[in-house]
Ligand binder design. Structure first.
Ligand code: G3H
Ligand code: ZN
Length: 292
């Protein structure tokens, strides 16, 4: 069922596990994520970046696609339709077209403006039962043209952001979007501890969830991370499986043509299965299996 996220994210925080926020790009991606969540009986957020929603034909199309699939696939686990890293106007538009959760990302703005806009989004979102994520301190790396410096979130900014009434908080703790570089120093768990001590019981969101060693993710969950965002990992899984299939296709061309494996429903199947497998594996690591 499609729901807002605040209740199941808070439940994760209280019970020491994390739910996954998985980015989607199209119908197949969405089906793979939903199948994984249903198989694992895990609450999840299916999220679109601003760029992915544009690619899919706009927020209305993206929202309807996800909502319609939840219904037609008879998905019984809680699913939030979430905007990932949204600008102010985009967050408003998503609330208007029926997203059930939005991330307002003003982390690139002066902190006063970030707080003010977050307050406005919270007021609007909560009047419609939509949950809100916001960010302080930026997350390293680049995602859909939004470049973060990767600084550690100042504790006082985190406290002020929680006071705006948001439901969960993204905060930089050394995490980076996209693949992690060889010389990455790891998550700054000391900083995370300071952060969660300053906002006791409040759910923290770990962005850049792809490629962090599992033990570090689990340590972060113990300290208060209740949502982990994953995008690149599913893309890499899709790409690897598709490349393998194409290699096999090229090596057995006559046979594959005869079997009509050029049909997109067959051609994309190994990649789509790989997305589902990757999502299921992440859900296990985050501990949200059987928490629906
Ligand atoms: O907001 C989305 C995530 O933070 C994804 O990061 O691509 O490194 O998994 P990732
Ligand atoms: Zn992110």
């Amino acid at each position: 069922a499609v729901v807002s996220a605040e209740k199941f994210v808070q439940a994760a925080r209280e019970n020491g596990y994390a739910v996954g926020g998985f980015n989607t790009n199209n119908m197949e991606w969405t089906q793979a994520i939903l199948r994984a969540a249903e198989a694992k009986k895990a609450p999840i957020l299916v999220q679109t970046s601003m760029g992915a929603a544009k690619y899919m034909g706009g927020y209305m199309v993206a929202r309807n696609l996800i909502a319609n699939l939840v219904e037609s696939m008879k998905i019984s686990v809680p699913v939030a339709i979430h905007l990932d890293h949204g600008h102010y106007e985009d967050a408003k538009e998503c609330i208007a077209v029926g997203y059930t959760s939005v991330m307002y990302d003003g982390s690139h703005l002066p902190v006063e403006q970030n707080l003010k806009e977050a307050r406005e989004i919270v007021e609007l979102a909560h009047s419609k039962g939509v949950s809100v994520e916001a960010e302080v301190g930026s997350i390293g790396g680049e995602e859909d043209g939004i470049v973060g410096e990767g600084e550690l979130a100042p504790i006082e900014d985190a406290v002020a952001m929680v006071e705006t009434g948001i439901d969960f908080l993204a905060a930089g703790i050394g995490n980076i979007h996209g693949p992690y570089p060889e010389n990455w120093k790891g998550l700054n768990l000391d900083h995370l501890k300071k952060l969660t001590d300053a906002v006791p019981g409040f759910p923290i969101v770990l962005h850049g969830g792809s490629g962090i060693p599992d033990d570090q993710i689990q340590d972060a969950i113990k300290l208060g991370v209740a949502k982990v965002n994953v995008n690149t990992e599913a893309q890499l899984a899709f790409c690897a499986a598709t490349r393998k299939f194409v290699d096999e296709f090229n090596a057995n061309e006559a046979e594959y043509m005869k079997k009509k494996l050029f049909d997109p429903r067959k051609f994309l199947a190994p990649g789509v299965q790989a997305i589902q497998d990757a999502v299921e594996e992440r859900i296990e690591v985050f501990g949200s299996t059987n928490k629906a």
